[in-house]
Design a protein around this ligand. Structure first.
Ligand code: UDP
Ligand code: MG
Length: 334
Protein backbone atom coordinates (compact mmCIF):
# COMPACT_ATOMS: atom_id res chain seq x y z
CA UNK A 1 0.00 0.00 0.00
CA UNK A 2 1.37 3.41 -0.90
CA UNK A 3 0.94 5.88 1.92
CA UNK A 4 0.94 8.88 -0.42
CA UNK A 5 -2.57 8.18 -1.70
CA UNK A 6 -4.02 7.04 1.62
CA UNK A 7 -4.34 10.13 3.83
CA UNK A 8 -6.16 8.43 6.73
CA UNK A 9 -3.33 6.18 7.80
CA UNK A 10 -2.76 4.75 11.25
CA UNK A 11 0.56 5.03 13.04
CA UNK A 12 1.54 2.58 15.78
CA UNK A 13 4.26 3.52 18.21
CA UNK A 14 5.97 0.68 20.06
CA UNK A 15 7.94 1.43 23.21
CA UNK A 16 9.70 -1.07 25.46
CA UNK A 17 9.76 0.05 29.09
CA UNK A 18 11.94 -1.34 31.82
CA UNK A 19 11.88 0.70 35.03
CA UNK A 20 10.86 3.87 33.24
CA UNK A 21 8.16 5.07 35.70
CA UNK A 22 9.74 8.48 36.23
CA UNK A 23 9.84 9.49 32.58
CA UNK A 24 6.89 7.67 31.05
CA UNK A 25 4.26 10.39 31.38
CA UNK A 26 6.52 12.95 29.77
CA UNK A 27 7.32 10.49 26.98
CA UNK A 28 3.63 9.87 26.27
CA UNK A 29 2.87 13.61 26.44
CA UNK A 30 5.51 14.44 23.83
CA UNK A 31 4.62 11.49 21.62
CA UNK A 32 0.93 12.38 21.72
CA UNK A 33 1.74 15.93 20.71
CA UNK A 34 3.68 14.60 17.70
CA UNK A 35 0.67 12.44 16.75
CA UNK A 36 -1.57 15.49 17.12
CA UNK A 37 0.68 17.40 14.74
CA UNK A 38 0.46 14.55 12.24
CA UNK A 39 -3.30 14.46 12.69
CA UNK A 40 -3.36 10.71 12.04
CA UNK A 41 -5.04 7.83 13.79
CA UNK A 42 -2.53 6.29 16.15
CA UNK A 43 -1.90 3.90 18.97
CA UNK A 44 0.90 3.74 21.49
CA UNK A 45 1.93 0.25 22.59
CA UNK A 46 3.81 0.35 25.88
CA UNK A 47 5.50 -2.95 26.60
CA UNK A 48 6.27 -3.34 30.29
CA UNK A 49 9.28 -5.63 30.34
CA UNK A 50 9.04 -6.90 33.92
CA UNK A 51 9.78 -3.54 35.52
CA UNK A 52 10.49 -3.53 39.23
CA UNK A 53 9.31 0.04 39.75
CA UNK A 54 5.89 1.61 39.20
CA UNK A 55 6.11 1.50 35.38
CA UNK A 56 3.06 -0.77 35.04
CA UNK A 57 0.93 1.40 37.33
CA UNK A 58 1.94 4.56 35.47
CA UNK A 59 1.29 2.90 32.11
CA UNK A 60 -2.11 1.58 33.21
CA UNK A 61 -2.97 5.02 34.54
CA UNK A 62 -2.19 6.50 31.15
CA UNK A 63 -4.13 3.77 29.32
CA UNK A 64 -7.14 4.32 31.55
CA UNK A 65 -7.32 7.91 30.34
CA UNK A 66 -6.52 7.22 26.70
CA UNK A 67 -7.96 4.42 24.56
CA UNK A 68 -5.13 4.94 22.07
CA UNK A 69 -2.70 3.47 24.57
CA UNK A 70 -2.24 -0.27 24.90
CA UNK A 71 -0.14 -1.81 27.62
CA UNK A 72 1.47 -5.17 26.96
CA UNK A 73 2.59 -6.48 30.32
CA UNK A 74 5.21 -9.20 30.09
CA UNK A 75 5.42 -11.79 32.84
CA UNK A 76 9.03 -10.96 33.67
CA UNK A 77 12.01 -9.14 32.20
CA UNK A 78 12.75 -10.65 28.78
CA UNK A 79 15.19 -7.98 27.57
CA UNK A 80 14.91 -5.05 25.21
CA UNK A 81 14.83 -6.96 21.92
CA UNK A 82 12.17 -9.42 23.11
CA UNK A 83 10.05 -6.58 24.49
CA UNK A 84 10.23 -4.81 21.13
CA UNK A 85 9.16 -8.07 19.45
CA UNK A 86 6.14 -8.35 21.75
CA UNK A 87 5.14 -4.80 20.82
CA UNK A 88 5.57 -5.40 17.10
CA UNK A 89 3.38 -8.50 17.31
CA UNK A 90 0.37 -6.57 18.61
CA UNK A 91 0.97 -3.20 16.93
CA UNK A 92 -1.79 -2.30 14.56
CA UNK A 93 -0.83 0.39 12.08
CA UNK A 94 0.04 1.12 8.45
CA UNK A 95 3.43 2.10 9.79
CA UNK A 96 5.08 1.19 13.07
CA UNK A 97 7.62 3.33 14.93
CA UNK A 98 10.05 1.79 17.43
CA UNK A 99 11.19 4.27 20.04
CA UNK A 100 12.72 4.03 23.52
CA UNK A 101 10.85 5.37 26.53
CA UNK A 102 13.70 7.45 27.92
CA UNK A 103 13.40 10.35 25.44
CA UNK A 104 16.97 9.83 24.22
CA UNK A 105 15.35 9.53 20.83
CA UNK A 106 13.24 12.70 20.49
CA UNK A 107 9.67 11.80 19.44
CA UNK A 108 9.65 14.92 17.23
CA UNK A 109 11.95 13.07 14.78
CA UNK A 110 8.93 10.85 14.00
CA UNK A 111 7.58 13.76 11.92
CA UNK A 112 10.56 13.45 9.57
CA UNK A 113 10.29 9.67 9.54
CA UNK A 114 6.64 9.85 8.50
CA UNK A 115 7.59 12.35 5.78
CA UNK A 116 10.23 9.93 4.48
CA UNK A 117 7.68 7.08 4.54
CA UNK A 118 5.17 9.16 2.63
CA UNK A 119 7.89 9.93 0.12
CA UNK A 120 8.13 6.19 -0.50
CA UNK A 121 10.55 4.76 2.04
CA UNK A 122 9.84 1.30 3.48
CA UNK A 123 12.02 1.98 6.49
CA UNK A 124 13.14 5.35 7.89
CA UNK A 125 15.81 4.78 10.52
CA UNK A 126 17.20 7.31 12.93
CA UNK A 127 20.92 7.86 12.50
CA UNK A 128 22.70 9.49 15.41
CA UNK A 129 24.61 12.62 14.50
CA UNK A 130 25.65 13.18 18.09
CA UNK A 131 25.10 11.35 21.36
CA UNK A 132 24.73 13.81 24.22
CA UNK A 133 24.86 12.58 27.80
CA UNK A 134 26.54 9.26 27.03
CA UNK A 135 29.96 8.33 28.33
CA UNK A 136 32.93 8.55 26.00
CA UNK A 137 33.45 4.87 26.62
CA UNK A 138 29.95 4.01 25.36
CA UNK A 139 30.33 6.18 22.28
CA UNK A 140 33.78 4.71 21.57
CA UNK A 141 32.72 1.08 22.02
CA UNK A 142 29.60 1.67 19.92
CA UNK A 143 31.77 3.07 17.14
CA UNK A 144 34.10 0.06 17.17
CA UNK A 145 31.10 -2.30 17.28
CA UNK A 146 29.43 -0.83 14.20
CA UNK A 147 32.68 -0.78 12.20
CA UNK A 148 33.45 -4.39 13.18
CA UNK A 149 29.93 -5.46 12.29
CA UNK A 150 30.20 -3.87 8.87
CA UNK A 151 33.46 -5.66 8.24
CA UNK A 152 32.12 -9.04 9.32
CA UNK A 153 28.63 -9.21 7.86
CA UNK A 154 27.19 -9.18 4.39
CA UNK A 155 24.11 -7.14 5.37
CA UNK A 156 25.06 -3.45 5.10
CA UNK A 157 23.88 -2.58 8.62
CA UNK A 158 24.13 1.22 8.80
CA UNK A 159 26.49 2.70 11.39
CA UNK A 160 25.33 4.73 14.39
CA UNK A 161 21.73 3.58 14.32
CA UNK A 162 19.66 2.12 17.12
CA UNK A 163 16.23 0.59 16.96
CA UNK A 164 14.60 4.03 16.62
CA UNK A 165 12.90 3.72 13.24
CA UNK A 166 9.69 3.70 11.27
CA UNK A 167 8.76 0.60 9.26
CA UNK A 168 5.87 0.10 6.91
CA UNK A 169 3.36 -2.71 7.42
CA UNK A 170 5.02 -5.02 4.95
CA UNK A 171 8.43 -4.84 6.63
CA UNK A 172 6.79 -5.34 10.04
CA UNK A 173 4.95 -8.42 8.81
CA UNK A 174 8.13 -9.95 7.42
CA UNK A 175 9.97 -9.12 10.63
CA UNK A 176 7.22 -10.78 12.63
CA UNK A 177 7.69 -13.97 10.67
CA UNK A 178 11.35 -14.12 11.71
CA UNK A 179 11.17 -15.94 15.02
CA UNK A 180 14.86 -16.40 15.80
CA UNK A 181 15.77 -16.32 19.45
CA UNK A 182 18.89 -14.22 19.51
CA UNK A 183 17.44 -11.09 18.04
CA UNK A 184 19.35 -8.18 16.63
CA UNK A 185 16.38 -6.26 15.31
CA UNK A 186 18.16 -3.42 13.52
CA UNK A 187 20.18 -6.02 11.59
CA UNK A 188 17.06 -8.07 10.83
CA UNK A 189 15.31 -4.98 9.45
CA UNK A 190 18.31 -4.27 7.20
CA UNK A 191 18.24 -7.88 6.08
CA UNK A 192 14.58 -7.53 4.99
CA UNK A 193 15.61 -4.86 2.48
CA UNK A 194 13.37 -2.47 0.56
CA UNK A 195 13.95 1.26 0.45
CA UNK A 196 15.65 2.19 3.70
CA UNK A 197 16.54 5.83 4.32
CA UNK A 198 18.42 7.56 7.12
CA UNK A 199 16.91 10.36 9.18
CA UNK A 200 19.77 12.12 11.03
CA UNK A 201 19.09 13.29 14.59
CA UNK A 202 20.89 14.28 17.76
CA UNK A 203 20.59 11.75 20.55
CA UNK A 204 19.60 13.39 23.83
CA UNK A 205 20.57 12.56 27.40
CA UNK A 206 18.11 10.34 29.25
CA UNK A 207 15.10 12.26 30.61
CA UNK A 208 15.07 10.16 33.79
CA UNK A 209 16.43 6.94 35.20
CA UNK A 210 19.60 5.23 34.06
CA UNK A 211 20.75 3.02 31.22
CA UNK A 212 19.83 -0.65 31.38
CA UNK A 213 22.68 -1.64 29.10
CA UNK A 214 25.72 -2.18 31.29
CA UNK A 215 28.95 -3.38 29.67
CA UNK A 216 28.21 -7.09 30.08
CA UNK A 217 24.83 -6.74 28.32
CA UNK A 218 26.40 -4.68 25.54
CA UNK A 219 29.01 -7.38 25.04
CA UNK A 220 26.42 -10.14 24.76
CA UNK A 221 24.37 -7.92 22.43
CA UNK A 222 27.45 -7.50 20.21
CA UNK A 223 28.03 -11.25 20.27
CA UNK A 224 24.41 -11.87 19.26
CA UNK A 225 24.75 -9.36 16.45
CA UNK A 226 27.90 -10.90 15.03
CA UNK A 227 26.91 -14.54 15.36
CA UNK A 228 23.39 -13.90 14.04
CA UNK A 229 24.70 -12.26 10.92
CA UNK A 230 28.11 -13.73 10.26
CA UNK A 231 29.87 -17.06 10.06
CA UNK A 232 33.24 -15.31 9.67
CA UNK A 233 34.36 -16.38 13.18
CA UNK A 234 33.77 -20.02 12.22
CA UNK A 235 35.66 -19.58 8.99
CA UNK A 236 38.57 -17.91 10.80
CA UNK A 237 39.04 -21.08 12.82
CA UNK A 238 39.22 -23.10 9.64
CA UNK A 239 41.84 -20.74 8.18
CA UNK A 240 43.79 -20.85 11.43
CA UNK A 241 43.70 -24.63 11.49
CA UNK A 242 44.85 -24.87 7.85
CA UNK A 243 47.73 -22.44 8.50
CA UNK A 244 48.87 -24.41 11.53
CA UNK A 245 48.74 -27.72 9.65
CA UNK A 246 50.79 -26.18 6.86
CA UNK A 247 53.36 -24.81 9.33
CA UNK A 248 53.57 -28.19 11.04
CA UNK A 249 54.25 -29.91 7.70
CA UNK A 250 56.98 -27.39 6.85
CA UNK A 251 58.54 -27.86 10.30
CA UNK A 252 58.44 -31.67 9.99
CA UNK A 253 60.13 -31.46 6.59
CA UNK A 254 62.82 -29.15 8.00
CA UNK A 255 63.48 -31.49 10.92
CA UNK A 256 63.77 -34.41 8.49
CA UNK A 257 66.30 -32.57 6.31
CA UNK A 258 68.36 -31.36 9.28
CA UNK A 259 68.41 -34.91 10.73
CA UNK A 260 69.71 -36.25 7.42
CA UNK A 261 72.55 -33.73 7.44
CA UNK A 262 73.36 -33.91 11.17
CA UNK A 263 71.62 -36.67 13.13
CA UNK A 264 72.76 -35.24 16.50
CA UNK A 265 71.64 -31.69 15.86
CA UNK A 266 68.47 -31.89 18.00
CA UNK A 267 68.67 -32.55 21.70
CA UNK A 268 65.37 -33.96 22.89
CA UNK A 269 63.94 -31.24 25.13
CA UNK A 270 60.95 -30.84 27.29
CA UNK A 271 60.40 -27.11 26.62
CA UNK A 272 59.50 -27.53 22.98
CA UNK A 273 57.12 -30.37 23.79
CA UNK A 274 55.42 -28.38 26.52
CA UNK A 275 55.09 -25.35 24.26
CA UNK A 276 53.57 -27.49 21.53
CA UNK A 277 51.06 -29.08 23.88
CA UNK A 278 49.99 -25.71 25.25
CA UNK A 279 49.83 -24.17 21.81
CA UNK A 280 47.66 -26.87 20.29
CA UNK A 281 45.58 -27.09 23.44
CA UNK A 282 44.83 -23.39 23.02
CA UNK A 283 43.96 -23.73 19.35
CA UNK A 284 41.60 -26.61 20.05
CA UNK A 285 39.91 -24.79 22.87
CA UNK A 286 39.41 -21.74 20.68
CA UNK A 287 37.84 -23.86 17.97
CA UNK A 288 35.62 -25.63 20.47
CA UNK A 289 34.59 -22.31 21.99
CA UNK A 290 33.48 -20.83 18.70
CA UNK A 291 31.69 -24.01 17.62
CA UNK A 292 30.03 -23.98 21.02
CA UNK A 293 28.72 -20.45 20.41
CA UNK A 294 26.86 -21.60 17.35
CA UNK A 295 25.84 -24.93 18.84
CA UNK A 296 24.32 -23.10 21.80
CA UNK A 297 22.31 -20.96 19.47
CA UNK A 298 21.10 -23.97 17.50
CA UNK A 299 20.12 -25.62 20.73
CA UNK A 300 18.01 -22.66 21.72
CA UNK A 301 16.48 -22.43 18.28
CA UNK A 302 15.55 -26.12 18.34
CA UNK A 303 13.88 -25.69 21.70
CA UNK A 304 11.73 -23.03 20.00
CA UNK A 305 10.50 -21.49 23.21
CA UNK A 306 8.39 -18.38 22.89
CA UNK A 307 10.45 -15.24 22.76
CA UNK A 308 8.22 -13.60 25.34
CA UNK A 309 5.08 -14.33 27.30
CA UNK A 310 2.31 -11.81 27.57
CA UNK A 311 0.50 -11.55 30.87
CA UNK A 312 -2.38 -9.40 29.61
CA UNK A 313 -2.97 -6.61 27.14
CA UNK A 314 -4.87 -3.65 28.54
CA UNK A 315 -6.93 -1.11 26.66
CA UNK A 316 -9.78 1.23 27.45
CA UNK A 317 -13.15 0.46 25.89
CA UNK A 318 -16.00 2.89 26.46
CA UNK A 319 -14.07 4.52 29.28
CA UNK A 320 -13.33 1.23 31.04
CA UNK A 321 -9.86 -0.29 31.18
CA UNK A 322 -10.03 -3.94 30.16
CA UNK A 323 -7.22 -6.48 30.38
CA UNK A 324 -7.28 -9.45 28.03
CA UNK A 325 -5.18 -12.56 27.63
CA UNK A 326 -4.15 -12.95 23.99
CA UNK A 327 -5.67 -15.99 22.28
CA UNK A 328 -3.30 -18.93 21.96
CA UNK A 329 -0.83 -18.70 19.12
CA UNK A 330 -1.59 -15.04 18.44
CA UNK A 331 1.14 -13.22 16.63
CA UNK A 332 -0.87 -10.32 15.29
CA UNK A 333 -3.17 -7.52 16.34
CA UNK A 334 -6.10 -8.73 18.35
N1 UDP B 1 14.53 -1.88 28.02
C1 UDP B 1 13.66 -2.96 28.13
N2 UDP B 1 14.12 -4.12 28.71
C2 UDP B 1 15.40 -4.26 29.17
C3 UDP B 1 16.29 -3.14 29.02
C4 UDP B 1 15.82 -1.98 28.43
O1 UDP B 1 12.50 -2.90 27.73
O2 UDP B 1 15.74 -5.32 29.68
C5 UDP B 1 14.03 -0.63 27.40
C6 UDP B 1 14.28 0.64 28.21
O3 UDP B 1 13.20 0.90 29.09
C7 UDP B 1 14.38 1.70 27.12
C8 UDP B 1 15.00 0.94 25.96
O4 UDP B 1 14.75 -0.44 26.21
O5 UDP B 1 13.12 2.19 26.73
C9 UDP B 1 16.48 1.19 25.80
O6 UDP B 1 17.16 0.93 26.99
P1 UDP B 1 18.28 1.91 27.56
O7 UDP B 1 17.83 3.34 27.45
O8 UDP B 1 18.62 1.45 28.93
O9 UDP B 1 19.49 1.63 26.58
P2 UDP B 1 20.56 2.72 26.04
O10 UDP B 1 19.78 3.84 25.44
O11 UDP B 1 21.33 3.14 27.24
O12 UDP B 1 21.37 1.95 25.04
MG1 MG C 1 18.37 4.91 26.39
Amino acid sequence: MSPADTPPYKLAIVTPCFNEASGLEEFVRRTKSVCAQLGCAHEIVLVNDGSRDATLQVALGLAAKDPAIRVVNLLRNFGHQSAVTAGLDVADGDAVVLIDADLQDPPEVILEMVAAWQAGADVAYGQRRTRAGETRFKVFTAKIFYRLLRGLTKSPIPADTGDFRLMNRHVVDVLRSMRERHRFIRGMVTWVGGKQVAVPYDRQPRFAGETKYPLAKMFSFALDAITSFSVVPLRLVTYLALTIILLACVAAALVFVVKLINPHYFIPGYPSIVIMIVFFGGVQLLALGIIGEYLGRMYEAIKARPIYIVEQVYQSHDGRLVGRVPPRGTTGPF
